[in-house]
Ligand binder design. Structure first.
Ligand code: PEP
Ligand code: MN
Length: 343
C-alpha cells in the first residue's frame, strides 16, 4: 500500500505516519515526490485495512499496490527516476553510453582504451576487476589492483566508473572505488549480495539474469530498494535461448515492458548479448531505437590479445561510429513520449 500525504503535510505529520506504520509491525519507506511525499508500506503479509491510516493527520489518500514489486513499480512512483552517477544522469530523457574493456588487464590497457572512448564521447567507463568466469582456470581479474586503475581512469578522464562486485567478501572494497556497482547476470538472484547493495550509498547497475523473467528481475531490484537504496539502473544483456548464432538473444521487448512497469532507468548491453563484434553496432542502434536509457559496450584496442571477451569487443574506430549512430537515433526519438505509464 502507498500512503499519499497532502501537499501541505509537514515533517512531523510524515514522521507520525511512519511511526504508525511501524507500530503495526510493517516497514515504512518515504518516497519524496515533486509536490508531495508518499510512504510505501513494506513487509506486510496480505492486504492492509487503509481506514486506520486515513484518519492520521496529513494523509490525503491510500493506494493499493497491486504488483508484487512495490518500490520498483510505476504504481508507487509514476514519474521516471533519474539516477546520478558522478556528473552523469541516467533516466527519463537522460541517456548514456558506457564503454571500456571486459576486464582491466593493466594500467596501459585501461588508459589507452579510456582515452579512445572518451574522445568518441563515452559518458562512463566500464571494466571488470573481479571477473565471473566460466572456467576457474581463466583470467579472474586483477582484483583491487584493477580497482586502483579504474580510480586512475576516473581522475584522468573525468568519467565515472562502473565495475562488478561478485561476492560479499569484496563488497566493501569495490564500493570504495566504484562510482556505480554492477551486479552481474550470474548474481541477479544472489539475495545477500542484493541486500548488501541495498545498504550502499552508491548507485547499482543490476543486470538481468540470463534466464530471468522481467518480474524476477524487477523483484531483484526490489531487494535493493527495500533495504534503502533507491538508485538502481536495470541492464538487459540478453537471455539464453536455443540459438547458436549469438551468445545470447537480446530481448528488446523487455525495455518497453520495464518502462511500463517501473520508473527505474533501463539500459542495454549489446556486447554480452551478441558475443560477436559484427553484431554489436546493429544491436546498439536497435537498443537506442527501442528507447533504452543507455548502452554499455565492450571496447578493446587489441582485442586479439584481450584476456576475456575479445571476440565481442569493438575496436576504438568502430566505437566511434557506434557513438555517432546511437546519438543520432536518440536525437530522432527525443521528441517521442516515453513508454506509457499505465497499462
Ligand atoms: C560484464 O559486464 O562484465 C559481464 C560479465 O556481464 P554479464 O554479467 O551480463 O555476463
Ligand atoms: Mn565481458
Amino acid at each position: 500500500m502507498l500512503i499519499v500525504m497532502r501537499k501541505d503535510a509537514d515533517d512531523n505529520q510524515v514522521a507520525g505516519v511512519i511511526r504508525a506504520v511501524e507500530a503495526k509491525g510493517f516497514k515504512a519507506r518515504p518516497i519524496p515526490g515533486g509536490e508531495r511525499v508518499s510512504i510505501a508500506v513494506l513487509f506486510n503479509k496480505g492486504a492492509i485495512d487503509p481506514a486506520f491510516f486515513h484518519e492520521l493527520p496529513g494523509v490525503k489518500d491510500t493506494i493499493p499496490v497491486t504488483r508484487p514489486f512495490k518500490l520498483v513499480s510505476r504504481e508507487t512512483r509514476p514519474n521516471a527516476t533519474v539516477i546520478r552517477v558522478g556528473n552523469v544522469r541516467i533516466g527519463d530523457g537522460h541517456r548514456v553510453i558506457m564503454a571500456g574493456p571486459c576486464a582491466i588487464e593493466s594500467e596501459t590497457q585501461a588508459m589507452t582504451i579510456a582515452e579512445h572512448v572518451k574522445r568518441s564521447g563515452a559518458d562512463m567507463f566500464r571494466g571488470g576487476a573481479f571477473k565471473p568466469r566460466t572456467s576457474p582456470y581463466a583470467f579472474q581479474g586483477l582484483g583491487e589492483e584493477g580497482l586502483k586503475i579504474l580510480a586512475k581512469v576516473r581522475e584522468t578522464y573525468g568519467m565515472p566508473v562502473v565495475t562488478e562486485v561478485m561476492d560479499m567478501a569484496h563488497f566493501d572494497t569495490v564500493e570504495d572505488y566504484a562510482d556505480m556497482i554492477q551486479i552481474g547476470t550470474r548474481n541477479m538472484q544472489n539475495f545477500s549480495l542484493l541486500r548488501r547493495a541495498g545498504e550502499s550509498k552508491k548507485p547499482v547497475l543490476l543486470k538481468r539474469g540470463m534466464s530471468a523473467t522481467v518480474d524476477e528481475w524487477l523483484m531483484a531490484a526490489e531487494y535493493i530498494m527495500a533495504e534503502g537504496n533507491p538508485e538502481v539502473v536495470l541492464c538487459e544483456r540478453g537471455v539464453r535461448t536455443f540459438v547458436r548464432h549469438s551468445r545470447n538473444t537480446l530481448d528488446f521487448s523487455a525495455v518497453p515492458v520495464v518502462q511500463r512497469e517501473s520508473h527505474l532507468p533501463v539500459i542495454v548491453d549489446p556486447s554480452h548479448a551478441a558475443g560477436f563484434r559484427d553484431q554489436v553496432i546493429p544491436l546498439s542502434r536497435a537498443s537506442a531505437a527501442v528507447g533504452a536509457h543507455g548502452i554499455m559496450v565492450e571496447v578493446h584496442h587489441e582485442p586479439e590479445n584481450a584476456q576475456s571477451d575479445g571476440v565481442q569487443s569493438l575496436l576504438p574506430e568502430q566505437f566511434d561510429v557506434l557513438c555517432r549512430q546511437v546519438r543520432a537515433i536518440w536525437g530522432l526519438i527525443s521528441d517521442m513520449p516515453q513508454a506509457e505509464t499505465s497499462s
